[in-house]
Write a protein that binds this ligand. Structure first.
Ligand code: PMP
Length: 419
């Protein structure tokens, strides 16, 4: 584009943007929350298990204390898709993020079974953070004083050559954050090859893979990835204790009122339970029973997720359609096409993400702050924007995406003109 054409485009976009601001919108693309219609799919939970129905399959009274492992039938329901044998899978409270936080906190305070000392007594503890990644993972490690080192994500998982190099040169590395299925925010699905490498690479003996399988059943197409049996791969590689598996029903049933899961080797499960026993006399088994009654079995979960898909897929299509129509003609960005999960990852021109998000905010369109997908909220190239399309109704989503595209194009043209 000549500089005259660029100036014309700028005037046009500035006018579009002024008109956008004048509309006084109030739209939100920030957090990956289910929409009210998605939550409605699980409203039957609100009247379950029902008066008088409070015993699990083994006859345990779920109203009372006890059973720190959680309900066996619920663990069985998710055992196959998470590829964790029932005895090694715990059903816990309502938030998997809490379990992740607690696992890291226990490691800091007490160390893992193989640790020479609690992590907090090490001079430095480092986690590898595939980027772009999940901001709340990075918040846990930052909050607990763990150093974070970014690693590039590929379509198949983290760049294994980089992981190998970092592990070889830095003995302080004790963990890596992973979202193996429909990753947050790129939608990448880890390949078995990447999983094998992660469980096999030489590393500290108390190095752990935080395998957060939050989107294990959240598919948007018929192309459903085969679950990876990461615990068996780790055992085969001679590192049976290397993996912590996390998941929850937050985006299956009710966000914040679902059930979380924790799976690992028998030794790690004993380690976790020994610390969890000090925190709690047992999880909310009534909520677990409610989930058993409602979801019934693994097929029930899959059928329920198809109903989510019907509501969510059109929103992802709207993202793809809007970016293709508004951004592609100007080569204004690249974005992912997830086959599941809750997010789309958009890369705009380097140096333009923060300005784009600020312009959108001034026009009443809230977008996750630029940088959020990086440790310490620092995107070194200032180009990644996480799009969370599930929450707003479709017409509002479309309006927000149009406005965001105007903001992005304006930010990029401003930058080109100032160069
Ligand atoms: N892990 C990932 C990757 C997520 O995207 C989310 C929700 N945004 C969570 C965990 C939160 O899970 P929970 O509600 O079980 O704490």
């Amino acid at each position: 584009m000549s500089s005259a054409e660029l100036r014309d485009l700028h005037s046009q976009l500035a006018a579009d943007y002024d008109a956008l601001v004048a509309r006084g919108l109030s739209l939100d693309l920030t957090r990956g929350k289910p929409s009210p219609e998605q939550l409605d799919l699980s409203n039957a939970l609100l009247s379950l298990p029902g008066d008088g129905d409070f015993r699990d399959e083994s006859g345990t009274d779920t109203r009372n204390y006890g059973n720190p492992q959680g309900l066996p039938e619920l663990r069985a329901m998710f055992s196959d898709v998470l590829r964790v044998p029932v005895p090694q899978l715990l059903a816990l409270g309502s938030s998997s993020l809490t379990v992740m936080h607690d696992v890291v906190a226990h490691a800091m305070l007490h160390g893992l079974p193989e640790s020479e000392r609690p992590w907090s007594r090490e001079e430095t503890v480092t986690f590898l953070c595939p980027v772009p990644g999940y901001d709340r993972h990075f918040a846990i490690t930052e909050h607990l004083g763990i150093r974070m080192v970014p690693v590039a994500m590929t379509d198949a998982g983290p760049d294994i050559a980089e992981v190998e190099r970092l592990l070889a040169e830095d003995p302080t590395i004790r963990g890596i954050w992973c979202v193996p299925v429909h990753s947050n925010p790129t939608g990448a699905v880890y390949t078995e090859e990447v999983a094998r490498a992660l469980v096999s690479l030489p590393a500290a003996k108390d190095f752990r893979i935080f395998w957060d399988n939050a989107y294990a059943v959240h598919h948007l197409t018929d192309d459903v990835p085969e679950p990876i049996d990461i615990l068996s791969l780790a055992a085969e590689a001679g590192n049976p204790d290397r993996v912590f598996v996390f998941a929850s029903t937050s985006k299956v049933t009710f966000a914040g009122a679902g059930v979380s899961f924790f799976g690992s080797s028998p030794a790690n499960i004993s380690w976790y339970l020994s610390h969890a026993a000090v925190q709690s006399i047992g999880p909310d088994k009534v909520n677990q029973l409610r989930h058993v009654r409602f979801l019934r079995d693994a097929e029930g979960v899959a059928a329920h997720m198809l109903r989510h898909r019907e509501l969510v897929a059109p929103k992802f299509e709207a993202v793809a359609e809007t970016f293709e129509r508004r951004l592609a003609p100007y080569e204004a960005g690249t974005w992912t096409s997830p086959k599941g999960g809750y997010f789309v990852s958009l890369d705009v021109h380097p140096g333009c993400a923060a300005r784009s998000v600020a312009l959108a905010a001034q026009a009443g369109i809230a977008v996750t702050p630029a940088g959020s997908t990086y440790p310490y909220k620092k995107d070194p190239r200032d180009r990644n924007i996480r799009i969370a399309p599930t929450m707003p109704p479709l017409p509002e989503l479309e309006e927000a995406l149009e406005g965001l595209c105007t903001a992005i194009l304006l930010a990029e043209v401003e930058k080109l003109l100032s160069a």
